[in-house]
Design a protein around this ligand. Structure first.
Ligand code: NAP
Length: 329
């Protein structure tokens, strides 16, 4: 097994498009303004197969590129994301200095069980696939199959997470989910140092805007996932497009078309605008861009560094309230 992934000091301090370093709230860990999400990694192979060359190349690119953190989960690709990252770490001869690996505890995908025993098994599965002993950031992922009360009860998921942290197997705990009211309830326990929200602070949806400010003010490390809404805000309004993994309706596609017009006028690529809406928010420690394509690492760096005139943001505001609002759901 590779020694625990610790942050070294040998990484670059800053390079164009990484915007220097930010601190992930009270964890004190350094991150770059952009991190890479591995939700799609490894899914070019059937379950049970070994990771493809492309997946390992993507993992290596993610782990050695300009960005500090890579985010995965036990459930992504039913384990294939972590397996590909593990293969990337092995190909590198060990976990690279200066990088940060974050993954998540998941329910049993077959039964929905998400109690303390399941969390401990999920941790074992993840560390085995990744080939590491210790996880500096470990997140409770989408706890939708248990109630908040069940998760907090003795024998529940949160007790097991705290045990892993107290034993030193985990550095800091995070909560990662969509439903904002649920995320807030977990944040209010004071157990979590990191909070990951997704698809709720984008060009199409600002429902997390106030909470993001509040969480950062309370010292949490705020991670904003899916700045492209899963792809629509990178690829543009096309028939059949989806937002937040659901088909995008006409008003959403019309709003994206207006954003695309604005982007043409100001010579700002749509994905640069989508990414920088998030990275320019000082309450957000890091913004998670998902990919399984090694070429995206350099492309994402260029998008993060693309000049965006201040007037562009006023023009975005002038388009009015974005059309998607999940409220606290
Ligand atoms: N509940 C949770 O905890 C949760 C939920 C959602 C997301 N997340 C985290 O956030 C990460 C990002 O979310 P996401 O992947 O769903 O959404 P996203 O980052 O908004 O969008 C990713 C999609 O955009 C495409 N893309 C990326 N860069 C592009 C570019 N320059 N040009 C065109 N297309 C581009 C990717 O395709 P390619 O593969 O072709 O690059 C992928 O299909 C996830 O990987 C995960 O780590 C966590």
């Amino acid at each position: 097994m590779t020694a625990q992934p610790q942050q070294g000091t040998s990484g670059p301090t800053s390079s164009p498009g990484t915007g220097g370093r930010r601190v992930l709230g009270r964890t004190g860990l350094e991150v770059s303004e952009v991190s890479l999400g591995a939700a799609l990694l490894g899914q070019d192979r059937e379950l049970g197969g070994t990771p493809s060359e492309q997946a390992v190349a993507a993992a290596v690119a993610m782990l050695t590129g300009p960005f500090v953190a890579v985010d995965s989960s036990n459930s992504y690709g039913q384990g294939r994301s972590e397996l590909a990252l593990g293969a990337g770490i092995a190909a590198l001869g060990g976990f690279p200095d200066g990088k940060l690996l974050m993954t998540k505890a998941d329910r049993d995908l077959a039964t929905g069980r998400f109690d303390g025993d399941r969390v401990l098994r999920s941790f074992e599965e993840s560390t085995r696939r990744l080939g590491v002993d210790v996880l500096p950031v470990y997140q409770l992922h989408d706890p939708y199959t248990v109630s908040f009360a069940e998760a907090m009860a003795p024998g529940g998921a949160v007790e097991a997470l705290v045990r892993l942290r107290d034993e030193g197997a985990v550095g800091h705990l995070g909560i990662a989910a969509g439903t904002l009211s649920l995320v807030s309830a977990y944040v209010d326990t004071g157990v979590f140092d990191v909070v990951l929200t997704h698809n709720r602070f984008t060009l199409l949806n600002r429902s997390a805007a106030d909470l993001v400010e509040d969480w950062a003010a309370r010292g949490l490390g705020v991670i904003n996932g899916a700045p492209f809404g899963g792809g629509l805000l990178a690829r543009g309004a096309k028939p059949g497009a989806s937002y937040a993994y659901e088909p995008a309706d006409e008003p959403v596609l019309r709003f994206v078309a207006r954003l695309e017009d604005l982007c043409r006028e100001w010579e700002v690529p749509l994905p640069a605008a989508a990414l920088q809406l998030s990275t320019r928010n000082p309450a957000i420690a890091t913004t998670l861009v998902g990919t399984a394509n090694p070429d995206r690492v350099a492309q994402t760096q260029a998008l993060a560094a693309h000049p965006v005139p201040e007037g562009f943001w006023s023009a975005v505001d002038a388009l009015g309230t974005p059309p998607v609002d999940f409220g606290t759901d």
